[in-house]
Design a protein around this ligand. Structure first.
Ligand code: F0G
Length: 367
């Protein structure tokens, strides 16, 4: 019987680890690549969803956190710190628990979802709500890492990007080659940087630290298509945004840390980074749950919103292979599912405790 061993053990030859490394893992990665039938019909290309909500803490952050926490232990750290819009804090808290380390997380007050807040608390992290936005939190976390005895596990730590690049490896391993286009949401811009790194490394011979030169696995690299929320779209503006705002709190970020590597991913891949409105994000969120059967959090739907928007503009090629990373689980921020397209709340229907009333309510006639 084979059980997936987590991204470090599955891809050890392509990560900065050795046989002696003490691996901190919760079995992350190995997530489903789901054929999106309705998006494929819509676009005339073959569209897949990389469902990262299936990671142990419900988001793609776990891929990077296994590496960051392994590095923290290797460095002899006793405590880790991160800034977060929610998912990084949930992941850091869980992996710090697995590593036996203390964990402090800084989040923007009132701007993270209840699910993510609960996870950080459940795993015993010290959670501080900062009177500021994510960019302010990250600024403080970096300064803490520099001047105090705490290990920074945000994606400015290169170990995080190393772990997250395995998402690209899994896509190629599943499809047999790289897709033509890879679509994903962009916030702090670590993930677009990480996927591009992974795709590049898989398309050329790779100098492994433990296994010599590995041959190329894919014949090509995809165009990277990133989408930001319109109220938090610094790459579209061409400069940082001081007051980012969007209902997609996961990507409510105005000053992305991985700016240069994200721009390089966009330009070297022949890709793009564009914006989608909150309304387009919520429409895509509803599309995924009601047409594809995949429940994501709003920020995760930004990539799908972007693909639908580009298709409407006649800018999505047909006959291609397109992968969209949907980054976090719908249960992280479930309130949006209970809101209808016109903005009103869904009220579940109450019925008496008998079969005839229930059948009537369902519009069923007796057989
Ligand atoms: N999707 C989700 C669900 C996220 O939580 C994030 C980032 C992104 C997309 C954007 O990824 O930052 O690599 O461009 N969340 C971070 C956090 C900032 O703190 O959880 P990115």
């Amino acid at each position: 019987a084979h059980q997936w061993r987590g991204v470090i053990r599955e891809y050890a030859e392509r990560l900065p680890v050795t046989e002696a490394t003490k691996v901190i893992t919760l079995g992350e990665g190995g997530t489903p690549l789901v054929h999106a039938e309705k998006l494929s019909e819509l676009t005339g290309s073959v569209v897949y969803l990389k469902v990262e909500g299936m990671n142990p803490t419900g988001s793609f952050k776990d891929r990077g956190m296994t590496m960051a926490m392994t590095a923290a232990v290797e460095a002899g750290a006793k405590a880790v710190v991160c800034a977060s819009t929610g998912n990084t804090s949930a992941s850091a808290a869980a992996y710090a628990t697995a590593a036996g380390l203390k964990c402090a997380v800084l989040v923007p007050e009132g701007k993270i979802s209840m699910g993510k807040l609960s996870q950080a608390i459940a795993h015993g992290a010290t959670l501080l709500q900062v009177d500021g936005n994510f960019d302010n939190c990250l600024d403080i976390a970096r300064k803490l890492g520099e001047s105090y005895p705490v290990f920074l596990v945000n994606s400015v730590n290169p170990a995080r990007i190393q772990g997250q690049k395995t998402g690209a490896f899994e896509v190629v391993d599943a499809l047999g080659d790289a897709p033509d286009i890879h679509v994903l949401p962009v916030g702090n811009a670590g993930n677009i940087s990480a996927y591009w790194k992974g795709y590049k490394e898989y398309s050329a011979p790779f100098e492994s630290g433990t296994a010599g030169t590995l041959p190329a696995v894919s014949t090509k690299t995809p165009a990277m298509w990133g989408f930001q929320a319109a109220g938090a779209a610094p790459f579209v503006a061409g400069h940082p945004i001081t007051e980012p705002d969007t209902i997609a709190t996961a990507i409510r970020i105005g000053n992305p840390a991985s700016w240069d590597t994200a721009v390089a991913a966009r330009d070297e891949s022949g890709g793009l980074i564009e914006a989608v409105t909150d309304e387009e994000i919520l429409d895509a969120h509803r599309w995924l749950s009601s047409k594809e059967g995949v429940f994501v959090e709003p920020g995760s739907a930004a990539g799908v919103a972007g693909l639908i928007k580009k298709h409407a503009a006649g800018q999505v090629p047909t006959g291609k292979t397109i992968v969209i990373t949907v980054t976090g689980h719908g249960l992280k921020d479930p309130q949006w599912a209970l809101r209808t397209a016109d903005g009103s709340d869904v009220q579940p229907v109450s019925v008496p405790n008998d079969v005839v009333s229930v059948a009537n309510e369902l519009g069923l006639d007796a057989k």
